[in-house]
Design a protein around this ligand. Structure first.
Ligand code: ASP
Ligand code: MG
Length: 447
């Protein structure tokens, strides 16, 4: 079993879907050859071993995100619905429809009506939800019921296209198979229930190729959930963990994991091999290349994660695994959209542990994501990702503390840095807070 993941950028148009198809086709081809080879080789020694070995390799699950910027467009639909602008929400849905229909027409010169009807059926589900009285639903629940359709539509198109081109596959309904709690927009999967549901599904379908929606799941009582923005990587890792896959490949529009964002720094270098620990550090610091939650399910089962360029499938890319040489080039990572919150007690008492406790309790239940912490005797400063829960958290903190905050910040982390690099990077920037250790520097700067 192998797991592939294609993000929104790789399926943003017909050419992208054709490219996905050719990567899948090559993989199926080479897997078959590998199986025949193993089988022939092992047959004389141990038939049973050869048999299980061949079967361990013969499935491929392709996890697909919503096409292009569809998730953002669906977020706009939710905002319109929530503020009662029904006409606008339907207009936005219509744009989403046009975007997908154009791709379908680009893929097929004829015989696509069936697929258009399928897409319309999915959009109709959203429309009937919009027309219904949904005032009892929280914003987050409404969000998941609508935004999750981006992946339902994209996988419908990918699965249909591959089937039509002779790559027979089953479309896994992840809203029924990845069973989660009801923490909408950040749902937590139930690994045991999901594993049973997924194994059941696979054994009744018994295909060699499966297409699955990234990012989405569902509660036991049939409501749709999502795992958080950019969560398709996480889906791929969860599937790999539950099914003990041999490896996972994330196909991206970059050559692999680089030491900096090529849009921000020239002469970037590829990091060919890194440990799970390195990868967690990078993604926590803000590296966009993989979703932070992706690593743990893979590390737990020692499943390697490849990051490869979808425009050049034979390139080596990067691999994340148990061991790797120490990274010895400077690595620059930006975590954008930060807010620095500083709290101090109202009565000049010291904060100490009790204060820390209260502060982090508020941060935790308001789902804020912390990127940096600094404390002194009477203040604690935390940098967090800006989010729609921020205002509520600040209001809560103001009951106990004097609170000040700065928005519009970015956190720059430099690993394997030098004092010269630190000086270069902080020059000409407004640095609100900095932390340096021997090899790592963090600067919270104004955008
Ligand atoms: N479509 C979702 C998003 O854009 C999930 C993903 O792309 O991984 O956030
Ligand atoms: Mg995406």
């Amino acid at each position: 079993m192998k797991v592939y993941k294609f993000g929104g950028a790789s399926v943003r148009d017909a050419a992208g879907i054709r490219n996905l198809e050719s990567i899948v086709a090559q993989t199926l081809q080479s897997e078959k050859m590998a199986d025949v080879h193993d089988y022939a080789h092992d047959y004389t020694h141990d038939y049973a071993h050869a048999y299980t070995h061949a079967h361990a390799h013969d499935k491929l699950i392709v996890v697909v995100s919503a096409m292009g910027k569809t998730t953002n467009a669906l977020e706009r639909v939710v905002a319109f619905v929530h503020s009662g602008q029904i006409e606008q929400s339907l207009g936005q849905l219509n744009d989403i429809r046009d975007f997908h229909i154009d791709i379908i027409k680009d893929l097929f010169s004829e015989g696509y009506q069936f697929l258009i009807n399928k897409v319309d059926g999915l959009l109709e589900n959203i429309m009937s939800l919009i027309r219904k009285d949904n005032s009892s639903m929280s914003y987050d629940e409404l969000y998941d019921q609508i935004v999750s359709y981006g992946e339902s539509i994209s996988t419908q198109i990918v699965s249909y296209t591959l089937n039509r081109d002779g790559y027979s596959n089953s479309l896994m309904p992840m809203q029924q198979l990845l069973i989660t709690d009801s923490t909408f927009r950040e749902a937590i999967p139930d690994m045991e229930l999901s594993r049973v549901a997924i194994e059941n599904y696979l054994s009744t379908h018994n295909d060699e190729l499966y297409i699955a929606q990234g990012f989405i799941g569902g509660t036991n009582d049939g409501r749709r959930t999502t795992l958080g923005r950019e969560g398709s990587d996480y889906t791929a890792a969860l599937l790999a963990n539950m099914l003990s896959a041999t490896d996972v490949t994330i196909w991206k529009d970059v050559p692999g994991i680089l030491n900096a964002d090529p849009r921000l720094i020239s002469n970037t270098q590829l990091i060919e091999r890194l440990t799970y620990y390195d990868a967690v550090e990078l993604s926590y610091s803000g590296a966009q290349v993989i979703h932070p939650k992706t690593i743990r399910p893979l590390e737990n089962k020692h499943i390697p994660l490849y990051v490869k360029p979808f425009m050049d499938p034979s390139a080596a890319g990067s691999v994340i695994c148990d061991t790797a040489p120490k990274i010895n080039i400077p690595v620059f990572i930006w975590r954008k959209n930060q807010v620095l919150i500083t709290v101090r007690p109202k009565d000049f008492s010291f904060l100490l542990e009790e204060g820390l406790n209260k502060l982090f309790e508020v941060i935790h239940h308001n789902r804020l994501k912390v990127s940096l912490i600094q404390s002194s005797a009477v203040t604690i400063s935390v940098s967090v990702d800006n989010s729609r829960y921020l205002a509520g958290a600040i209001a809560e903190l103001q009951k106990d503390y004097k609170v000040s905050f700065n928005e519009g910040l970015s956190l720059l982390t430099i690993r394997n840095t030098t004092s010269q690099i630190n000086a270069e990077q902080s020059k000409n920037r407004v640095v609100l807070l900095s932390q340096t250790t021997r090899h790592t520097a963090k600067f919270l700067v104004q955008d």
